[in-house]
Design a protein around this ligand. Sequence first.
Ligand SMILES: [Zn+2]
Length: 96
Amino acid sequence: MSALYDEIDIADCAWDAAARAFTYPCPCGDRFAIALDELLGGEDIAGCPSCSLRIRVLFDEASLERAVAAGEAAAAAAAAAAAAAAAAAAEGARGA
Ligand SMILES: [Zn+2]
């Protein structure tokens, strides 16, 4: 078991919508990566595919949900903005 390089909050990790995984820059130039499924399964160690370093991802159920939601929102910003506009319009219609 090699030592952990660092402990990183899930909020500081980047969401890869295509891979459905969180990534974080590794000092070697590659990126640590851990899949959402692994996090949901209780795994919290993200390895770098190019070197032996590993990090522990700090998260709980709520922060994981927030991080995924934030990542999905960023990945589909236009759709999110459209949905928000539609929601605002609906809100306005109800208020009228
Ligand atoms: Zn690395």
